[in-house]
Write a protein that binds this ligand. Structure first.
Ligand SMILES: *Cc1c(COP(=O)(O)O)cnc(C)c1O
Length: 496
């Protein structure tokens, strides 16, 4: 297996190259040349394996240029009980009959991004070693809140790397900001930009693909890579928990091997749900992939009409990690659904850059409608869902997960589909204590950490120690820059 670019049919690289580079030089994303399969026998066998063993099995199918020892090194160092608060790593929690919360936030930064970003530094340093590169890897990140912290935590003090995170000044929660601006480590940098997430992501993409900047880095013995989900090294680890959950449901007797499940994902950049798509096409029996959005509902419209139109108001919501109008990973899906037609992909994404809008072909539309269902909800509905789930089941979910629950309940009501369903639960409610408490009808006029205590009293959920410790940490990073000066900022931080 090798990796191709969504925008240039002539590109052919190893997985190590794809991971080290992050994005293809033509601006396209790397995709595997084929989707490997997982057999029913393997799914059955996985039932009695640890998460780490399941991960090794799946990685071996995608990272065919890695040795078994290299994969083990990465997996065994990343998915530890030191980093995650349970050896399950990804926990399945039955919420109601037929509905399972896949809790992906038991890692060090309390959001699902840890599932990939705890292992990415190992995948990346292994990749550069395999490529015999002694260049320093500079990781640039654009974050809507959770990726930034998870990437900082993953890459802090990793030898041969340095990491710089850009976040929208007014687009992250108080806890997310505190998590990032207090980050420890000798190779880390954090900077706010005067703009939204799309501005940050566009800025980072432009820096990545600038030949002039690449030359300057090269001359200084450095190279860029990405920790955003444009990097295949972010996507691959996310496929694992869907495969793993299916195996778990079979092992637990919740479903029979071969039964289909639905997967619901609160979506922003389309990375997490795309991982579900890969799991499905590896052979995990999946009925519908249900894409849940907040008021930034560009994907809902797209998955219902085949027209992507980002010319609309940007909403700052209580689920900030989904406040996105340009979902990068859609490019991978459209490449696959157009039968790897790089011309069409170039045409669509050219139009997106120029007019903010494109329409896919009839053939692609049919496939989209068949595979996906989509819905969205606003903040009021998100809050009432948090309350409803708490009142009914005593379960507190965060604002992003609540969007998925709401969209799923709507889907179920309108279709009558009672297929067993996995709902991706993407963050600990403690990251959004203010919004969650306000949804539960509580007074939120207190400091962030008093709110955490309050939520603890109410929910009984243990407060993750990584969040509790933030209270006394000193803020290290205070810079706010204009979005036009991101490249200069990178130069100044790197001293080149
Ligand atoms: C990043 C994030 C999402 C969106 O995931 P994508 O892969 O970008 O679609 C949803 N919820 C939370 C809590 C997140 O951090």
């Amino acid at each position: 297996m090798y990796y191709k670019s969504t925008r240039d049919a002539d590109v052919k690289v190893s997985s190590a190259q794809a991971i080290a580079q992050g994005i293809s030089k033509d601006g396209g994303l790397f995709v595997p040349s084929e989707i490997p399969s997982v057999s029913f026998d393997e799914l059955k066998a996985m039932g009695s394996m640890s998460y780490r063993e399941r991960a090794k099995l799946v990685f071996a199918k995608f990272l065919t240029d890695f040795t078994e020892a290299e994969i083990s090194h990465c997996v065994d160092n990343a998915y530890t009980t030191k980093a995650f608060d349970s050896d399950d790593i990804a926990q399945l929690n039955k919420l109601f009959d037929g509905g399972f919360m896949l809790e992906l936030w038991h890692g060090p930064t309390c959001a699902f991004k840890d599932m990939a970003l705890q292992i990415l530094p190992y995948l990346l340093t292994t990749s550069t070693r395999k490529l015999n590169s002694d260049k320093k890897v500079v990781i640039l990140v654009a974050t809507s809140g959770d990726t930034g912290k998870a990437a900082l935590e993953g890459f802090k003090d990793v030898e041969g790397t340095s990491i710089l995170v850009f976040y929208p000044a007014d687009g992250v929660s108080a806890m997310q900001k505190k998590q990032m601006t207090t980050q420890e480590g000798n190779n880390v940098g954090v900077c706010a930009i005067d703009g939204n997430f799309d501005d940050a992501q566009n800025g980072v993409k432009a820096i990545f693909t600038s030949e002039e900047i690449a030359r300057k880095l090269e001359a200084n013995g450095m190279m860029f890579s990405s920790a955003n989900s444009i990097n295949w090294g972010r996507l691959a680890p996310q496929i694992i928990y869907y495969v793993s959950s299916y195996a778990q449901l079979v092992a637990d007797g919740e479903i029979e091997l071969g039964d289909k499940i639905n997967i619901v994902v609160p979506t922003g950049n389309f990375g997490n749900i795309l991982a579900g798509y890969y799991a499905k096409h590896m052979g995990v029996p999946v009925n519908k992939l249900i894409c849940a959005s907040n008021a930034n509902n560009v994907l809902t419209d797209f998955l219902k009409t085949g027209i992507y139109d980002k010319n609309r108001d940007f909403h700052t919501t209580i689920s900030p990690s989904m406040d996105i109008l340009i979902s990068s990973n859609l490019e991978r899906l459209l490449y696959i659904l157009s039968d790897e037609n790089t011309e069409l992909v170039n045409d669509w994404f050219g139009k997106l850059a120029k007019d903010g809008k494109y329409e896919v072909t009839e053939d692609v539309k049919q496939k989209l409608f068949e595979e996906f269902s989509a819905g969205f909800c606003n903040d009021t509905q998100t809050k009432s869902t948090i309350k409803e789930i708490y009142d009914k089941y005593g379960y507190v979910c965060d604002t992003h997960t609540a969007v998925a629950v709401k969209v799923y309940l709507d889907y179920k009501a309108s279709t009558g589909d009672d297929t067993k369903t996995i709902i991706a639960s993407t963050a600990s409610p403690y990251k959004f204590s203010g919004s969650v408490l306000s949804a539960l009808g509580k007074n939120t006029e207190s400091s962030e950490f008093e709110l955490v205590d309050k939520l603890h009293e109410l929910s009984g959920l243990p407060v993750p120690s990584s969040l509790a410790q933030l209270k006394d940490k000193e803020v290290r990073f205070k810079d706010v820059i204009e979005k036009a000066s991101m490249a200069d900022y990178v130069y100044s931080v790197l001293g080149i």
